[in-house]
Design a protein around this ligand. Sequence first.
Ligand code: COA
Length: 154
Amino acid sequence: MPQPEDGTDVFDLIARCKPLDENSLYCNLLQCSDFQETCALAEMDGKPVGFLSGYRPPAKPDTLFVWQVAVAEEARGLGLGRRMMLDIVSRDPQIRFIEATITEDNDASWALFRGTAKRLDADFNSAPRFDRERHFRGRHDSEHAIRIGPFTAR
Ligand SMILES: CC(C)(COP(=O)(O)OP(=O)(O)OC[C@H]1O[C@@H](n2cnc3c(N)ncnc32)[C@H](O)[C@@H]1OP(=O)(O)O)[C@@H](O)C(=O)NCCC(=O)NCCS
């Protein structure tokens, strides 16, 4: 679980993980404090190499919405993305679903969420959510919603 003092490291890590949107340092600080229970930080040799930010949508207390997953290039392919997600859902048995949005071309992200669904022995569904023209006015690729669950994490 991240601490408020990790906010700056998280900001720098996300800047290194294209194509992720960079948020403000203040946003990362809030994620590491007010939202720390639904976020995870991974360290390798004491250095931050992974961060997953998430929150519970106010109308869906049984759901972890995954906002961003960032793993530094030198730590990719080791299962860190999946481990951070499984760690968060194992913190609270009330969480029975994971949601996120993914752009069509992000193969690593699709593989990460599909692999996590398999680990949780849960269904995986996807549907269009935020449209390039309608919601982003042409400034961002369309985002597809994914939903994993229901599951019981141990
Ligand atoms: C997406 C990302 C977080 C994955 O992190 P990771 O720790 O390397 O992922 P994992 O090692 O946990 O891999 C999970 C699964 O995805 C697969 N995978 C990982 N990278 C992949 C790639 N580039 N292409 C295809 N599959 C990939 C793994 O083989 C694994 O599959 P498995 O479940 O069948 O074993 C990382 O690549 C990243 O930070 N990318 C840049 C930022 C980004 O796009 N974030 C996601 C959007 S929110």
